[in-house]
Each structure stands twice: as structure tokens, then as C-alpha cells.
Design a protein around this ligand. Structure first.
Ligand SMILES: *Cc1c(COP(=O)(O)O)cnc(C)c1O
Length: 217
């Protein structure tokens, strides 16, 4: 697997779904990857990356971001309110807005900075107790609340349960987005990004299929 393979598969999935070429953004998930692999993917010209943790993202990207004007960084992991400021300054987009307290914190930062990263509301489509995300039944009200706070919510994000077919979760997320007039859909990972594109994904988050397996530790 490599960036070239994943890109080719993504373009094929767009065609198969009858969607315009490049309508799906490929986020290369660089969490827990060694510098050499990150630099290899950068060397191939890719500029859109995702990370799970604010601190690790700083280590990977603070210096590189200073040199790369066109870098686009997405936060994909849970965000604690006390790390919101640091995240706000590093990331171009955040996919894990999932609770009122975090919405309030981001709204304050947006006021202060006069700008805000693009935001995706994370929905816990499988209603899994251990997983982050707003419950599907509360999503409409939460999106409305974020809009009242003037937050730039551009879409929804989900991580389907490991042991269930992802398709129905992708479709559920697409339905919630549609009725809330949201065009962004962050869904699909290494194992299922083609199915996500078929269901309307605008952003797929692919790690191991690009970089190779993550090494433990
Ligand atoms: C790690 C991660 C990914 C990428 O997973 P792969 O299976 O390696 O493609 C995507 N999204 C989130 C939220 C992740 O934490």
C-alpha cells in the first residue's frame, strides 16, 4: 500500500459513484508514524494530514508547518477543552466537536482570534457508550446550538463500530447531514473508504493504507 495506490483507489471510487474527480479530500492520518514516513508522503506532494492528539501533532507539524504554506491539518481525535487553544492555533479543521462545553470554548476562541477552523460534529452513530460523539437523536439540536454560537460547522463525522457493517452508519450520517443542510461528511478509513465514498463522503481519513501499519509505542 502507498499514497499512489490509495489515491488511485479513491479516484476510482469517485468515478464508480458518479461523482466529480477530486470531490473527496484524502486526509493522510500520520498519528504514531515515524518522521521518515511522514516526509516521504510530503515528498510525494501530499499536503492534507490528520492527527489524533494535539501534543503529538505539534511534534509532527509545528516546524514543518512553518515551511509549508499549503499544509492543511485536521484534528481527528477527542479534544479536551483545556487543549482547545493549542489545537485552535495548529489545526485548519477539527472533526470531533461533540459536546456543548467544547462548543462554548471554541466559540470564545473564535471571538478572540476573529477566525475559526472548519468544524465537523462527531456523531456516535453506533450509540457506543465508550465512544465519543453526540447521540444521533441529539445531533439536530446540537448543530443548531453550534450555529447559534456562529461556529463554522461544515459537516459531520463518524467512526462506525468495529464489528458492524459500516455502510448503514455512513448512510445514517449522510441522512443527518442532509436534513441539517450540511455538505461535509468525514467518514471512511483504510478498510472502508470506498464504501464511504459511495455513501457520499467528502473527507476520508486514511492512515495505515498510506503509511503502513502503525508501530506500537
Ligand atoms: C487512526 C484513525 C484513522 C485512520 O485509521 P486507519 O485504519 O489506519 O486508516 C481515521 N480516523 C480516526 C478518527 C482515527 O483515529
Amino acid at each position: 500500500m502507498s499514497l499512489a495506490d490509495v489515491t488511485a483507489r479513491l479516484r476510482a471510487a469517485e468515478r464508480a459513484a458518479g461523482r466529480p474527480e477530486h470531490s473527496v479530500t484524502l486526509i493522510a492520518v500520520s498519528k504514531v508514524q515515524p518522521d521518515a514516513r511522514i516526509d516521504a508522503v510530503l515528498g510525494q506532494g501530499h499536503r492534507v494530514f490528520g492527527e489524533n492528539r494535539v501534543q503529538e501533532a505539534g511534534r509532527h507539524w509545528q516546524a514543518r508547518a512553518a515551511e509549508l504554506r499549503d499544509l492543511e491539518l485536521h484534528l481527528l481525535g477527542p479534544l479536551q477543552s483545556n487543549k482547545a487553544r493549542q489545537a485552535f492555533e495548529l489545526f485548519d479543521a477539527m472533526h470531533t466537536l461533540d459536546r456543548p462545553k467544547l462548543a462554548d470554548a471554541l466559540a470564545r476562541l473564535a471571538q478572540e482570534h476573529g477566525r475559526c477552523p472548519d468544524l465537523f460534529v462527531q456523531v456516535n452513530t453506533g450509540k457506543e457508550p465508550q465512544k465519543a460523539g453526540i447521540m444521533p437523536g441529539e445531533a439536530d439540536a446540537f448543530v443548531a446550538r453550534c450555529r447559534q454560537l456562529d461556529l463554522p460547522v461544515i459537516g459531520l463525522m463518524c467512526i462506525p463500530p468495529i464489528d458492524a457493517p459500516a455502510d448503514e452508519h455512513f448512510r445514517m450520517l449522510a441522512a443527518i447531514a442532509e436534513r441539517n443542510d450540511l455538505s461535509g461528511l468525514s467518514m471512511g478509513m483504510s478498510g472502508d473508504f470506498e464504501a464511504a465514498v459511495a455513501a457520499g463522503a467528502t473527507h476520508v481519513r486514511v492512515g495505515s493504507a498510506i503509511f503502513g501499519e502503525r508501530e506500537p509505542g
